[in-house]
Design a protein around this ligand. Structure first.
Ligand code: ADP
Ligand code: MG
Length: 318
């Protein structure tokens, strides 16, 4: 199959058909109309075989997750997903693989009203880069930099499930299907992100672990925080692991949660319970922002966690 037949067959019509796409896949550029009063939000992520996913990953899961990580970035700004471009490097044009990859991508794209509008296809070691584009009413994006002392810190969902799945897999231990699902099919919190416009002062999505990602938000805002570890939302399996080992690194420092961590000024906290019920998502207050810099974690016995586990860093050398 030629490169162009492959693109036409699997990528020419993926996801939603949007009225703001004047020209999609097939020409030198896509042509997109940005509605008046909207600002474009753009983010790019690359997933490399053997680094971000196991080489034997199911292609459908890879197609899904490559888009999900981008949607999670859009969610973290409060953006509405609109378009994506896809750069795919493949060792071979395996049609069974391509069909499954496109199905995983297309299913999630359609669910969020996003259209694939272009990309690039090359031969080489398997890697996937996706650029997502979202729209935000101008002036309403939720940045990392606007958290203020006294704001509550909240997270969605539960923390550490994907990390536990990864830990089991690396130890060649069996992985429970609900944990495997958290690793392979993370649910980007797009609707939550949108609804937090005008409510959250600052927000970040959790891709590298709560301590590291919240650390980025604190640094950008020039503030510090105190967390109550007893309040971290944990699934039964992660809670059991923490209880058995006394080690908090799963919820604090494992990657791939793709939950939202956000700050809410006290006057807006009253909106949170009804929002959680409406969206059917767990929203938990885990601490608060303070003026003094640094991140302090209180153990359930009231003592300070002595050292913070770090997040994933591709270039760390120690
Ligand atoms: P050019 O050589 O002009 O850069 P390409 O030959 O790379 O164009 O791509 C032809 C068309 O197919 C373009 O519209 C491009 O955006 C699209 N395309 C290529 N690869 C993909 C892909 N993996 N997914 C979606 N669209 C793609
Ligand atoms: Mg060209």
């Amino acid at each position: 199959m030629s490169e162009f037949a492959l693109i036409r067959r699997y990528f020419a019509h993926l996801g939603a058909e949007r009225a703001d796409v004047a020209l999609g896949v097939g020409d030198d550029c896509a042509l997109l109309n940005i509605p008046a009063g909207q600002t474009l939000a753009v983010s790019l992520d690359t997933l490399v075989s053997g680094v971000h996913f196991f080489p034997d990953v199911a292609p459908e899961a890879l197609g899904y997750k490559s888009l999900a990580v981008g949607l999670s970035d859009l969610a973290a700004m409060g953006a509405d997903p609109a378009w994506a471009t896809l750069a795919l490097t493949l060792p071979a044009a395996d049609e069974t693989w391509l069909r499954a990859f496109a199905a995983g991508f297309g299913q999630l794209a359609s669910a969020h009203g996003l259209q694939l509008i272009g990309g690039d296809t090359t031969r080489g070691p398997l890697s996937v880069s996706i650029q997502v584009h979202g729209l935000i009413p101008t002036g309403t994006a939720i940045r990392r930099s606007e958290a203020r002392p006294g704001d509550a810190i909240l997270v969605s969902g539960t923390l550490g499930d994907a990390g536990l799945a990864l830990r089991h897999r690396l130890a060649a231990a069996p992985v429970a299907s609900e944990l495997q699902r958290r690793l392979d099919y993370p649910e980007p919190r797009v609707a939550l992100g949108q609804r937090l416009r005008g409510i959250a002062s600052a927000m970040i999505d959790l891709s590298d672990g709560l301590a590291a990602d919240l650390g980025h938000l604190l640094a950008a805002s020039g503030v510090g925080a105190e967390l109550e570890l007893a309040h971290l939302p944990l699934s039964p399996s992660v809670a059991a692991q923490v209880a058995a080992t006394g080690d908090w690194s799963l919820p604090l420092a494992s990657g791939d949660d793709y939950e939202l961590c956000f700050c809410v000024p006290a006057p807006s906290l009253g909106n949170i319970a009804s929002l959680a019920a409406e969206l059917n998502v767990n929203l938990t207050q885990i601490g608060w922002i303070r003026a003094e810099s640094g991140l302090t974690c209180r153990l359930p016995n009231g003592e300070r966690l002595p050292t913070l586990p770090g997040g994933y860093d591709h270039f760390r050398t120690d």
